[in-house]
Design a protein around this ligand. Structure first.
Ligand SMILES: Cc1cc2nc3c(=O)[nH]c(=O)nc-3n(C[C@H](O)[C@H](O)[C@H](O)COP(=O)(O)O)c2cc1C
Length: 352
């Protein structure tokens, strides 16, 4: 997520069961040319294994994305092309969602990236290279078109031949470029696309994954998932309503969360609201892999607010969150949080 999914956050969500963590979208052209862009956009830990990380690029040139992928390949699990960003500046540069009108170009970019990584010695054999330490994935994240036939054509072109498809997996955000994120995802389109393509390529859904016990669809992927209810302060309600879980998606391969995981990094560990211990984990990670302090505060204000799912309890009330934003430094912040949670009887993990 642009601005947010930096290393400390990726490490936190991984500790709470997220299998694959995405970086924010990185502009491939700038990344290739400017070492300041490289340093600020992509940080890896020098200690221990990385959380499995997909580096997402914004690109419109096969050579640019292939070169940028070659630079990051030693430090990640795979690379992804963003064909979903609806922002006007991105679309004006034929980046993000504008690429949904450029299926041949997208295919050219994934083919060039695969060839480039193969020449560099990486394992790009998809399923054959899952267990290979040099295995790297190449994927695409898309939105849908108003006319779903265009999306079908797009996917068919980008996938290529069934026996040797061009991408490892596909993430689908079933909203069009102009659908507001307050409108529920288009389950019917998702159903058609997963039943058409889900046996040919693993498909992840992005959109309205708010909590594991109230998804707007069912899937064989899900029965093993259980949810823990977190209770603290009841607060305001500012998320869209969840639809009933009615449609079954037999060919779904994974879930991708953005707004909900920002509010609750423990979502995939089955928590239906952010627990205090996730705040601790994030602060510990941020102490080792620092973030700009204002960004840290933004993360905490998301985590301490009511989440996106039906459980609207919050770690802090609205006034308390606003007071937290006035903290001037890390010491103030830690004191502030200790005081608030001891008032609620919440103990830090190291105090249990
Ligand atoms: C703060 C924020 C930043 C985002 N940044 C990216 C990004 O860098 N790349 C991307 O493909 N999608 C990005 N998205 C879109 C999400 O990946 C996702 O498709 C969309 O928010 C719908 O999912 P949700 O209902 O889980 O939020 C971002 C969303 C948010 C809220």
């Amino acid at each position: 997520m642009v601005r947010y999914s930096k290393l400390a956050f990726r490490q936190t969500v991984h500790e709470y069961g997220t299998d694959l963590c995405w970086t924010p979208m990185i502009l491939a052209k700038e990344f290739n040319r400017n070492h300041f862009a490289r340093d600020s956009d992509f940080t890896v830990s020098t200690k221990g294994p990385q959380p499995p990380t997909i580096v997402q690029f914004g690109a419109n040139s096969p050579l640019e994305i292939a070169r940028a992928s070659s630079l990051v390949a030693p430090y990640c699990s795979g690379v992804d092309l963003n064909c979903g960003c609806p922002q006007s500046w991105a679309c004006a540069e034929t980046l993000g969602a504008a690429l949904m009108e450029q299926r041949e170009l997208v295919r050219g970019m994934v083919i060039e990236t695969r060839d480039y990584l193969r020449r560099d010695g990486w394992g790009v054999g998809k399923e054959q290279d899952i267990g290979n330490p040099k295995g790297r994935s190449i994927s695409v994240k898309i939105r849908v078109h108003k006319d779903l036939r265009k999306t079908t054509d797009f996917i068919t072109t980008v996938l290529g031949p069934e026996q040797d498809r061009h991408i490892d997996f596909l993430a689908i955000h079933p909203r069009t470029r102009s659908t507001p994120s307050s409108t529920p995802i288009d389950i019917e389109s998702l159903e058609i696309l997963t039943s058409t393509f889900g046996t040919k390529v693993p498909i992840l859904v992005s959109g309205d994954v708010f909590t594991l016990n109230a998804l707007p669809f069912t899937s064989p992927l899900l029965p093993t998932l259980t949810t823990t209810t977190t209770t603290t302060t009841t607060d305001d309600d500012d998320s869209p309503d969840q639809a009933q879980a009615i449609t079954n998606l037999p060919h779904l391969a994974g879930l991708m969360s953005a707004r909900a995981i920002l509010a609750n990094p423990a979502i995939y560990a089955g928590f239906d609201a952010c627990p205090w211990e996730a705040v601790d984990t994030f602060l510990n990670k941020a102490a080792r892999c620092p973030l700009p302090f204002k960004l840290l505060l933004h993360h905490l204000s998301e985590m301490c607010a009511p989440g996106m799912g039906p459980n609207k309890t919050a770690l802090l009330g609205r006034k308390q969150r606003s007071d937290m934003m006035q903290c001037a430094n890390m010491l103030d912040l830690i004191d502030f949080l200790d005081e608030k949670r001891s008032g609620q009887g919440g103990l830090r993990r190291d105090e249990r």
